[in-house]
Ligand binder design. Structure first.
Ligand code: ZN
Ligand code: ZN
Length: 882
């Protein structure tokens, strides 16, 4: 349409002949700045401890070098990057490092598939991802980069391992372990999710008996639990997951003497059900004791049997001369194994068998039949329980199935049906813990909880029990039968047994050129020159440990190394760690709530006990970002819904891609990737670019340091600017609602670019000093989110100082304040007060404002407010009664 074209030409003329074609071209701007940043290695480098500035350590979880960034990475790192840039602009000394969790199975799988050595594969992947990170423009301090597969890193894994061995925190034992046939290696308990491998969702984890190295994390169970209370700035869900994983339960252990079977009276054969009694005269004499763990010792007078796990040592003895029992136990064990492997051991259909043996309840001398059942797990508590069917759900089901006796020893409370009639709560089992004991000898009439204390103390006094605490957390199995990991620095000598490699022989180098197969144990065991070693104690021949460490060892302490990545006298420079720790803000996925985030807390406590650090926790604040999904599902190759960051950057630029990942959803929620949205952000950035470029000469022409507020347009635009600054400050302090920050900046730009504002600006009514304040502050606000554009426009505005160190804008309250207007307030039509409110206050704000006015309060005391009629900007009328 010709008319609009004419207007545009006129406008162009008025701005002094700037080209009408101001075009935002990230493909030109971004690589240019990337080059400039690369030429300034100090730009993002942390300053030394003595810089005098307050420190801020912001960290995103280090990636596995798979070879390409995915959108989940881009989102995670964009959150950290925005925060790092914001903190620099707040005047902090910021440490914002990056590195590579570079050991692990995928490198071996790739080696098998493509015949590429793991080291070469990993190194080229790191280079590719680093290139991508730099292209997105993340502000990493590469001077402290680490890669866990390098000897200068993993030697310290070995050093830590030996320190732990010396303190009894690393030990070797044969035990049942989780085995993933796909990984062809052992997994830690934390790596088994619903009976399946954490890396192979479809692979059922098997149980194998193997000699393994363990780290004694259980020594720290109580402290790991207690200190969760101090982590106030961690998401509650993560703390809850850790609490449950640690799984502390208070209770008591009680020992039941096993009756010598040769003296058992024959008429005790009275148990029904499918259980079959062996002939008693054939049973071996056993004796001994069975210790049970119970959280409800207060119900011990209601115990009517003892039930053992199929793998309990006593069961082995009982079954030794009893083939039928041995067969039945084998069936139970099988059922348990299957339920475990399908991940629903909690819902197992309960089966059991009577062993033909009895134990004596030490509290009342009663004989209790000993059963074996598939729902009792050897690794929980002591692998033996006392069964109290009247007061425990599982025992109730089992007793009902096999017709076992039930005895009520806790008085079921009566409940009111709501009509004043109280009915006995007849349903068993009765499992509440706030009633009184009955049928319990000298403990009758005690409250449950009091009884729990007294009965545990009684057992201890009499020598057949004691109060105890148990944890669900087990020691961390760290041996892996794989190649691409840290060699465990241990030697086996025929004369001296297990001997650690001396410190001065570290690192034990991982040999290259090792043939990788997925069968037949550790690949390193097939490398004779690795296996054969000399015993440092006797000088004789020794065999080297050929398992490698779980890669979660690498990530348990990596963030300390970032503080001094080139330090070679220890895992890190203690002074640097003391300055930077704890991490002020850690950002990563919630999927690490158990594995990495428990291991690294444990490692920190061990390092504290070694005297290396003073902090007891590594991370002050934790943030877990949501997932990036597309079409309702997590992005994955198998679903074909992966969006490549490279593609997005090629089409819309890095700024638009990263800004969209912050804008499209609050950072803690899942983000549903919509390409339209990226295009929208890109259009917004283009609008900012055009606006700033169009008026940059005005800003450059002004040497003023403060805006002029002489005209109403300046006043309105500055008001909006300072309101936006205030709003963003709030969003950064709280849970980083970057999405609302960015929305506020968009609104601000809309205000700046209305036709009316445009006309005022073009006509020169807005003074250059004001224009400078508007443009400079707008660019500063964009800097954490769209750094390329911010650096470019900062330059265009003629600013000499580095924008990364430019002070973050402060909201000027006077400029931000809305004009106030006076609103008359009537009560039943009579003028009672005049209240001052900001111009443009909405009805809700008006209602709030008049509520607190003393005159309005006086006029409405003791009266019922029937209605409040608001005429916005004009009048409020309150209708009262009485
Ligand atoms: Zn696996
Ligand atoms: Zn020796």
């Amino acid at each position: 349409m010709p008319s609009s074209k004419r207007t545009q030409t006129a406008a162009t003329a008025a701005t002094g002949g700037a080209s009408p074609e101001i075009r935002y071209n990230p493909a030109e701007i971004e690589p240019r700045w990337q080059e400039r940043w690369a030429a300034q290695p100090d730009l993002y480098a942390a300053e030394p401890a003595g810089s005098g500035k307050p420190k801020y350590y912001v960290l995103e979880m280090l990636p596995y070098p798979s070879g390409e960034l995915h959108m989940g990475h881009v989102r995670n790192y964009s959150i950290g990057d925005a925060l790092a840039r914001y903190m620099w602009m707040q005047g902090y000394n910021v440490l914002h490092p990056m590195g590579w969790d570079a050991f692990g199975l995928p490198a071996e799988n790739a080696a098998l598939k493509n015949n590429t050595p793991p080291r070469a594969w990993t190194t080229s992947n790191i280079a590719a991802m680093k290139r991508q990170m730099n292209r997105v423009g993340f502000s990493y301090d590469w001077s402290n980069e680490i890669a866990t597969c390098l000897p200068d890193y993993y030697r310290w894994n070995q050093w830590f391992f030996i320190r732990m061995f010396e303190r009894g925190l690393a030990y070797r034992k044969k035990s049942k372990v989780n085995w993933c046939p796909q990984c062809a290696t052992v997994l830690a308990n934390e790596q088994v999710i619903d009976g399946r491998c954490w890396r192979h969702e479809d692979t059922i984890v098997e149980q194998r008996d193997l000699e393994q190295w363990f780290l004694r994390i259980t020594d720290y169970a109580q402290e790991l639990l207690d200190d969760l209370d101090k982590l106030k700035d961690w998401p509650e869900k993560v703390r809850t997951m850790q609490r449950n994983w640690i799984g502390r339960s208070e209770g008591a252990e009680v020992s039941f003497a096993v009756e010598d079977a040769s003296h058992a009276p024959e008429d005790e054969v009275r148990h029904k059900g499918t259980a079959v009694l062996p002939a008693l005269e054939d049973a071996r004499t056993t004796g001994g004791k069975i210790t049970v763990f119970t959280t409800r010792i207060d119900t011990i007078y209601g115990a009517t049997s003892i039930i053992l796990a199929p793998e309990h040592p006593h069961v082995k003895e009982f079954a030794a001369n009893n083939e039928r029992l041995a067969d039945d136990v084998a069936d139970l064990l099988n059922q348990q194994k299957q339920a475990r492997e399908s991940g629903d051991i909690g819902e197992i259909e309960k089966h059991g068998v009577f062993t033909g043996h009895y134990a004596i309840n030490p509290f009342n001398g009663e004989r209790l039949p000993i059963w074996v059942a598939n729902y009792i797990l050897a690794e929980y508590g002591t692998g033996a329980i006392m069964s109290v069917p009247a007061h425990d759900d599982r025992d109730y089901d089992f007793a009902e199935k096999y017709g076992l006796e039930m005895r009520i020893v806790i008085l079921p409370r009566r409940t009111d049906d709501g009509n004043g009639n109280s009915e006995p709560e007849s349903m068993l089992p009765y499992t509440d813990e706030d009633s009184l004991l009955i049928n319990s000898g000298e403990f009758n009439a005690l409250g449950n909880r009091e009884a729990q204390q007294k009965m545990a103390a009684f057992a201890e006094e009499k020598g057949f029990g004691k109060p105890t605490v148990t944890f669900r957390l087990k020691d961390w199995g760290v041996s892996r039968q794989r190649y691409w990991g840290t060699p465990i620095p241990m030697l086996y000598c025929e004369k001296d047994g297990i001997v650690p490699v001396p410190d001065d022989q570290l690192p034990v180098l991982l040999p290259d050129n090792v043939e990788i197969t997925q069968q037949g144990g550790s690949p390193l065991s097939k490398v004779p020159e690795f296996v054969h070693a000399t015993c440092p104690k006797c000088g004789g021949p020794a065999r080297r440990e050929t398992d490698t460490m779980d890669t979660f060892v690498d990530s348990s302490w990596y963030f300390y190394r970032y503080t001094s990545a080139k330090y070679d006298k220890g895992p890190f420079d203690p002074a640097a760690a003391q300055y930077w720790f704890p991490i002020d803000q850690y950002i990563g996925g919630v999927e690490h709530a158990i594995l990495h985030l428990i291991y690294s807390r444990f490692w920190t406590k061990v390092m504290r006990d070694l005297g290396l650090i003073k902090n007891a926790e590594p991370v002050e604040r934790l943030f877990t970002q949501g997932m990036v999904i597309k079409n309702g599902a997590k992005m994955s190759k198998s679903k074909g819904n992966v969006v490549s960051p490279d593609d997005m950057i090629a089409r819309y630029g890095a700024d638009a891609t990263r800004m969209y990942s912050l804008f499209a959803a609050p950072p803690d929620r899942d983000l549903d990737w919509q390409e339209d949205g990226v295009a929208g952000v890109s259009r917004f950035l283009a609008k900012v670019y055009r606006f700033v470029m169009k008026h940059a000469d005005k800003a450059r022409s002004s040497s003023a340091t403060a805006p002029e507020v002489s005209d109403p347009t300046s006043q309105a635009l500055l008001r909006k600017l300072h309101q936006t600054i205030a709003k963003i400050a709030l969003d950064f302090q709280g849970r980083w609602h970057f999405n609302t920050c960015i929305a506020a900046i968009m609104e601000l730009v809309n205000t700046f670019t209305t036709p009316a504002a445009d006309e005022e600006i073009i006509s020169g009514k807005v003074p250059p000093a004001t224009m400078k304040a508007l443009l400079v502050n707008l660019v500063l606000l964009l800097a954490p989110f769209a750094p390329y554009l911010a650096f470019e426009l900062w330059d265009q505005l003629g600013q000499k100082q580095d924008i990364l160190r430019a002070p973050w804008p402060k909201s000027d309250e006077a400029l931000a304040r809305e004009d106030e207007i006076e609103i008359p307030v009537q009560v039943n039509g009579k003028l009672r007060a005049v209240v001052k409110v900001p111009a443009g206050a909405d009805p809700d704000m008006l209602r709030e404002a008049i509520k607190t006015d003393p005159k309005v309060q006086a006029a409405t005391t003791d009266k019922e407010i029937v209605k409040v009629i608001v005429v916005p900007g004009k009048l409020v009328n309150i209708v009262v009664k009485g």
